[in-house]
Design a protein around this ligand. Structure first.
Ligand code: NAD
Length: 504
């Protein structure tokens, strides 16, 4: 167990005391209850027990949040770009100041380890830092139309933007969507997932402290089918950035289409980590373990399929199982190296996949069951799991499990690896491990995926555009492309007095 440094962790573990955490929507700069007074319970996945409740928004709260965001938009849109950048820069600093409180709240709602939560806060602060440099560099073009006309493009913010956020990375997903939208001059309404509402409100409070005008960032809590659906259908919402499952993404697109809102869809994945025969086996094993067991595998871009050449199959699986055996599973505040599954429902969904694999006679090379923790026996834990040598049509190869389950596909050579890698309906991420950079680059070109990394599964950062193809979605977040996605282009053509004689 690591030394306890955070006073909230100490109090929580010793007496169950929860620090004062915001429990309402954040609308017009203030934390407010639901107009209907409805509430929903919040559980700690590491204990499996409810520890607080928060507001659950209905139709009237959706309307209040949108009205606030419309008021906030008019102020924020007209704020000088340099000042918009300063607010985002101050936000980055405030997040690092409050890292202990934010990381505590993230861990007790998501279930991830405190170390992961701290890393997420740092990464989200870096996102605000990156976009702080954007507002005063957003420039349109001049278009050559000859001397009698002036042609320009102006970049205008879209307006009110809804951000619908899943439960696996609440802090980083908030930052990834909201920082570029604010940089572009939009106002935002964040709708965090039912189980992880706290840190979105805390972050919006910090934005207010950083100098963001009231109404420019609102947080609406509540059920997806009520608050999320209400936001998606609201005629005054100009754009929806949705991060979540493909089925709900389709519902959001359908609602957005009724009022011509644009959408960014960040959906699921079943991403391959390809280990070619010549790869560094130790490096590939490290990469594979990080790719699937971080955040207990609840990552859209997790490397959930190991596509391995038959010549190194046994050696690589052995190296991964040795590493999986060193993983300690337990409450994220107790110094474990892998935390909990976010909800009982998600844990049971993962266990159903594992039961199905066992029924089909699949090889469970490691784990394969619920992890029962003696300190937190009701916690929602799953053992790090490795299912070996699965056929292409196996459900654990084709379906996103969203848990710590690595599915192995054995292949013969590079062509076969490409065929296996491209064999699902998803296309979010792919990792390639090989010493032959030419072979790796050729694979990277041919893989169906929004992003590819070579010899470093989690390579890159906020600077690199991120998004999917096919069932993994469309649109790009991160990078400068994200700011552009929150702007629309207005073309302006002016007739200019022109006389050939007047020109020298
Ligand atoms: P989910 O689709 O159930 O929920 C996502 C969000 O949508 C939540 O805030 C939820 O309240 C809301 N929602 C639910 N029903 C809604 C409706 N009818 N209308 C509007 N909003 C609604 O997803 P989840 O279970 O929270 O997250 C897991 C999924 O998210 C996985 O499929 C995962 O791959 C995906 N994900 C994708 C990315 C990415 O960047 N591509 C990142 C993280 C998670």
């Amino acid at each position: 167990m690591t030394a306890v440094v955070n006073p909230w962790i100490k109090a929580y573990l010793e007496s169950g005391t929860v620090p004062a955490l915001p429990d309402g929507h954040l609308i017009d700069g203030k934390v407010v209850p639901s107009l209907s007074a409805e509430r929903m319970e919040i559980a700690d996945p590491g204990t499996g027990h409810v520890f607080m409740s928060v507001a659950a928004g209905g139709a009237a709260d959706v309307d209040a949040a949108v009205a606030s965001a419309l008021r906030g938009f008019r102020i924020w849109r007209d704020t000088a770009p340099v000042e918009r950048g300063r607010v985002l820069a101050r936000m980055a600093a405030l997040m690092l100041r409050d890292i202990e409180r934010l990381a505590f709240a993230e861990t007790v709602t998501v279930g991830k380890t405190y170390t992961e939560s701290c890393n997420n806060v740092r990464s989200a602060a870096r996102t605000f830092e990156y976009y702080a440099g954007a507002p005063d560099k957003l420039q349109g073009d001049s278009i050559p139309l000859g001397p009698a006309q002036l042609g320009l493009t102006l970049l205008e913010p879209l307006g009110v933007v809804a951000q619908i956020i899943p439960w696996n990375y609440p802090i980083t997903t908030f930052a990834r969507g909201i920082a570029p939208a604010l940089a572009a001059g939009c106002s935002v309404i964040a709708k965090p997932a039912e189980t992880t509402p706290l840190t979105a409100v805390m972050l919006a409070q910090l934005l207010c402290e950083a100098g963001l005008p009231a109404g420019a960032c609102n947080v609406l809590l509540g059920l997806g089918t009520v608050a999320g659906a209400g936001l998606s259908a609201h005629a005054d919402v100009a754009h929806i950035t949705f991060t979540g499952s493909p089925g709900v993404g389709t519902a959001v697109m359908t609602a957005a289409a009724q009022h011509y809102a644009s959408v960014t869809m960040e959906l699921g994945g079943k991403s391959p980590l390809i280990a070619l025969a010549d790869c560094d086996i130790e490096a590939a094993a490290d990469g594979a373990v990080a790719a699937i067991y971080e955040n207990a595998g609840q990552i859209c871009s997790a490397g959930s399929r190991l596509v391995v050449d038959k010549r190194i199959h046994r050696a690589l699986v052995e190296a991964i199982t040795v590493r999986a055996g060193r993983i300690t599973v337990g409450h994220g505040l107790r110094g474990s190296s892998m935390g909990a599954i976010n909800s009982r429902r998600q844990m049971e969904r993962i266990l159903a996949f594992l039961d199905q694999a066992k029924t089909m006679g699949s090889t469970v090379a490691f784990g394969g069951a619920r992890h029962v923790n003696s300190i937190d026996p009701d916690g929602w834990f799953i053992q790090p799991t490795l299912l070996d040598d699965l056929p292409i049509d196996h459900p654990c190869v084709q379906e996103e499990i969203f848990g710590p389950v690595l599915s192995v596909q054995v292949v013969d050579g590079t062509e076969d690896a490409l065929r296996a890698a491209n064999s699902t309906r998803y296309g979010l991420m792919a990792g390639i491990y090989s010493k032959d950079i030419g072979a790796a680059l050729a694979l990277a070109r041919d893989i169906k995926s929004g992003q590819v990394t070579i010899n470093n599964y989690w390579g890159g950062g906020v600077e690199v555009p991120f998004g999917g193809v096919e069932q993994s979605g469309f649109g790009r977040e991160k990078g400068f492309a994200a700011v552009a996605s929150y702007c629309r282009t207005k073309s302006l053509v002016a007739k200019v007095p022109y006389s050939q004689n007047a020109r020298v």
